[in-house]
Design a protein around this ligand. Structure first.
Ligand SMILES: Nc1ccn([C@@H]2O[C@H](COP(=O)(O)OP(=O)(O)OP(=O)(O)O)[C@@H](O)[C@H]2O)c(=O)n1
Ligand SMILES: C[C@](O)(CO)[C@H](O)COP(=O)(O)O
Length: 243
């Protein structure tokens, strides 16, 4: 990795928080390393970023105690100069992202773009990545892939309906979430100072807390997050091209 250079053109870096344990999925190993259609889950996002000419480099944030990443990358020599591991995972996703941003400070300029992407979204493909980058290249704030909600929404008290929530204007947030390095760092620092970095569940939330409005770029159902055990079979269908 080279140090930042004076430049007019912002570069694009991927940052993959991969320090979770996958408690809701409940597998024998952290879910990002779990095999899906023949490849570890993490490999799908890494292959997509490594294969996209717009991405200058990819950083993976794992926990200090992670015992899998070394063996995994040893099987991926083609990624050797495209991927750097940062062993600074935190207690929550946003803490992992914030720690990761701090750790890569020397390699990145303030106006470079950072695309934060969940290791648990193996369905990201080149077309979605290109769409996001194209939609945001001259945006003042940045934004995220997301999907408009199509279901009728109910708020509940246990299993009884309290109310039906109008779905107009509601979107489900996906990743990547793409912001300039300095803005994202500032937003996560501010959230940390307010004691909120453990509460918020995505990067855009921190930017919103600064009073800014990230842009929504249409994502895809294939880019869903593998969260629960029943998601595994669906992910494999998408990844095997049987959508
Ligand atoms: N302390 C944490 C928690 C999550 N993540 C990452 O953030 C992404 C969010 O996906 P999620 O489904 O929330 O992952 P887990 O936290 O592993 O899942 P769970 O909440 O079920 O334990 C994943 O790539 C995960 O590895 C992270 O880097 N650091
Ligand atoms: C950023 C994110 O993918 C938004 O959907 C996030 O990982 C969601 O995490 P959650 O804790 O499963 O809501």
């Amino acid at each position: 990795m080279s140090a930042p250079i004076s430049q007019n053109t912002a570069r694009h870096f991927a940052l993959i928080p991969a320090a979770g344990v996958g408690a809701r999925l409940g597998g024998a190993i952290p879910k990002q390393y779990m095999p899906l259609a023949g490849k570890p889950m993490l490999q799908y996002a890494l292959d997509t970023f490594a294969g996209n000419a717009a991405i200058a480099h990819t950083f993976i944030v794992v926990s200090a105690a992670d015992g899998y990443i070394g063996d995994f990358l040893a099987t991926q020599p083609q990624l050797a100069d495209k991927v750097t591991v940062v062993r600074h995972g935190g207690e929550t996703r946003q803490e992992s992202v914030r720690n990761g941003l701090l750790a890569i400070r020397a390699h990145i300029a303030d106006n470079d773009w950072v695309l934060v992407h969940d290791a648990a979204r193996p369905g990201l493909n080149d077309a979605l990545l290109d769409r996001l980058i194209a939609a945001l290249h001259d945006d003042d704030v940045g934004g995220l892939l997301a999907l408009p909600i199509v279901d009728t929404l109910k708020r509940s008290n246990a299993s009884r309906v309290l109310e039906t929530v109008p779905r107009n204007g509601l979107w489900a947030a996906q990743t990547p979430q793409m912001f300039r390095y300095a803005l994202l760092q500032r937003a996560l620092d501010a959230a940390q100072l307010q004691g909120r970095v453990g509460d918020i569940t995505d990067d855009a939330s921190a930017v919103e807390m600064l009073g800014l409005q990230p842009k929504l770029v249409e994502g895809s159902p294939r880019n869903f997050k593998v969260t629960l055990a029943h998601d595994v079979a669906l992910a494999e269908l998408f990844l095997q091209g049987q959508e």
